[in-house]
Design a protein around this ligand. Structure first.
Ligand SMILES: *[C@@H]1O[C@H](CO)[C@@H](O)[C@H](O)[C@H]1NC(C)=O
Ligand SMILES: *[C@@H]1O[C@H](CO)[C@@H](O)[C@H](O)[C@H]1NC(C)=O
Ligand SMILES: [Zn+2]
Length: 250
C-alpha cells in the first residue's frame, strides 16, 4: 500500500486505540473531518480517491474493529459523493468554493448548508422544498441537455385548481425567450420521447398538451392536442404556457 493511503488509516487506527470505546463512529468521523481537505474546498479527485481508500481499507483491516471501519467507510462514501442528475459531484459546505461548477441543494444528507458541488454548466437551481427528489433530479437531467434555454424553475406550489405542483410532482421550466421558440419545442419533444425513464405524466407547451396519462404516443409538438387553461388561470401567455414548459410526473 502507498504511504499516502496508509497515513489516514494510521490516524484512524491511533484514534481508535486512544479511544476507550472502539465503536465510536462519531469520534472517527470527527477525526476524519479534521484531516479532510473537504472542510477547505472540495477537491473531486482527492475526495473520490479517499472514499475508495476508506472503503477498501475498511474491509481489509481485520485487526481493527472491522465493523466500525466498515460503517465509517459507508458514512464517508455517502456523505461525500452525490449526483444531481446532470452529473456526479461532491458534498461540501456551500459557503466554500465549487470551482468550475455550482452547488445544488437536495442531494446531500444532513445540514442544508452541505450541498452537491457539480462541475459543468451552471444550471438554474430547482427549489427543493416540498418537491419530490426524483422530480427535481429529472429536472436537472433535462436541463443538462438544454443548458441555455431556462431562466428559472418552479416545483412545489399551491394552485387554485387541481395541480401536480401541490404535491411536488410538477416542474415549470421558465424560458428565457417566449414562444415562438423552436429550441423550447425541441426540449418539450425531448421530454416527451423520454417519458418512460423520466416518469412523465403530461407536458404543456405553447397552447398544446401531450399526455402519457391518456396513453398518447410520442408525436411532433405540432400534432399535440389543444390545451385549454383552467378558468382560474385566465387566457394570458402564462396560462397558455407560452413562457414556460410544464411537466407533470407520475
Ligand atoms: C458551513 O460554513 C459556514 C461558514 O463557514 C458555517 O457557519 C456553517 O456552520 C457550516 N455548516 C456546516 C454544516 O458545517
Ligand atoms: C437555439 O438553437 C439554435 C440552433 O440549435 C442555437 O444556435 C441557438 O443558440 C439556440 N438558442 C439558445 C437560446 O440556446
Ligand atoms: Zn406548471
Amino acid at each position: 500500500m502507498k504511504l499516502s493511503s496508509f497515513l489516514p488509516v494510521f490516524l484512524l487506527a491511533s484514534s481508535v486505540l486512544a479511544c476507550p470505546d472502539h465503536g465510536d463512529v462519531e469520534d472517527l468521523v470527527e477525526r476524519d473531518i479534521e484531516i479532510s481537505p473537504r472542510s477547505v474546498e472540495p477537491d473531486f479527485d482527492a475526495l473520490v480517491a479517499r472514499d475508495e481508500e476508506y472503503e477498501y481499507e475498511g474491509t481489509e483491516e481485520g485487526e481493527l474493529d472491522a465493523r466500525s471501519l466498515d460503517t465509517e467507510g459507508d458514512l464517508v462514501a455517502r456523505a461525500t459523493s452525490c449526483n444531481n442528475g446532470a452529473g456526479a459531484g461532491v458534498c461540501a459546505n456551500k459557503s466554500g468554493k465549487c470551482a468550475g461548477g455550482k452547488f445544488y441543494a437536495g442531494f446531500c444528507p444532513g445540514s442544508s448548508s452541505i450541498q452537491c458541488c457539480v462541475k459543468g454548466a451552471k444550471l438554474p437551481s430547482i427549489p427543493v422544498g416540498g418537491c419530490q427528489k426524483y422530480v427535481y433530479t429529472n429536472g436537472y437531467k433535462i436541463m443538462k441537455v438544454f443548458p441555455t434555454l431556462i431562466s428559472s424553475v418552479g416545483c412545489k406550489g399551491s394552485r387554485a385548481y387541481k395541480s401536480d405542483h401541490a404535491v411536488g410532482k410538477a416542474l415549470d421550466f421558465m424560458l428565457k425567450k417566449i414562444a415562438p421558440n423552436p429550441n423550447a419545442t425541441k426540449m418539450a419533444e425531448y421530454i416527451m420521447r423520454n417519458y418512460g425513464s423520466l416518469k412523465v405524466k403530461y407536458i404543456i407547451w405553447n397552447g398544446k398538451i401531450w399526455s402519457r396519462e391518456r396513453k398518447e404516443t410520442p408525436k411532433a409538438w405540432s400534432k399535440w392536442r389543444k390545451y385549454t387553461p383552467p378558468k382560474a388561470l385566465g387566457t394570458g401567455c402564462n396560462a397558455r404556457h407560452c413562457n414556460h414548459i410544464h411537466v407533470s410526473f407520475f
